[in-house]
Design a protein. Structure first.
Length: 217
């Protein structure tokens, strides 16, 4: 498994080069993006982020102080805008109450404790929590998404039904617990999944197309 994961990384990296994923100017913007990207394409999140910047709302206090209508209108391009506006407010209230509105203070919290705090917030599941932990708080946590499961399953490395925690553990046990590696690996998976490993795969030109399929577990 270790060899397979390293080979996948090497092939994707050779094809794309550095991805510099996750896009965002500040840890707070990254956390907001992680919440907004639920059930939508990143291009839609970018539009919402532009709106938030234009309205000067990319700050916990300003986001909480804005009217519901203003916040919903700003995040509307990301879809499910009422739910996401509500989730953003919940996150901001948590950040303000627990850490004085400071992502830097939040990042000082022990990883597992912080993960459980995030998972306790309405609307934040494992993937969103781990996005925030890895990219906004610089914690060594591998982010699993639908592309991760699909790519590994299509190469026979895991069952299609593997759960989030089991798949994350597979990466944690077979790769160095390295923040930069985890960031780049996930970014490469996002690029490869978006360009090639879709629900209807586009195998021609895929950096992983030449890799031999393993016997499914």
């Amino acid at each position: 498994m270790k060899h397979a994961l390293n080979s996948i990384y090497a092939a994707m990296s050779a094809h794309y080069g550095p991805t510099h994923w996750w896009p965002g100017d500040t840890p707070f913007e990254i956390a907001v993006g992680a919440i907004l990207t639920q059930n939508t394409a990143w291009t839609n999140v970018e539009k919402a982020i532009v709106n938030l910047k234009r309205e000067r709302l990319l700050h916990p206090k300003r986001m909480m102080g804005a009217s519901v209508e203003t916040l919903e209108r700003a995040v509307r391009p990301s879809g499910y805008y009422r739910q996401k506006a509500h989730r953003l407010r919940i996150f901001c209230e948590y950040l303000s109450k627990q850490y004085g509105g400071s992502m830097k203070n939040m990042a000082k919290r022990a990883t597992e404790t912080l993960r459980q705090e995030l998972l306790a917030l309405h609307g934040i599941g494992p993937e969103t929590a781990d996005d925030i932990l890895l990219y906004a708080c610089e914690k060594p946590v591998f982010v699993v998404d639908a592309y991760t499961r699909r790519i590994l399953a299509r190469h026979g490395l895991v069952a299609e039904t593997i759960g989030y925690d089991a798949l994350q553990t597979l990466f944690h046990e077979n790769l160095p617990m390295d923040i930069s590696l985890f960031k780049e690996y996930h970014g490469l998976i996002v690029y490869t999944g978006k360009d090639f490993c879709r629900r209807l795969p586009r195998c021609e030109g895929c950096p992983l197309a030449g890799m031999s399929r393993q016997t499914p577990p």
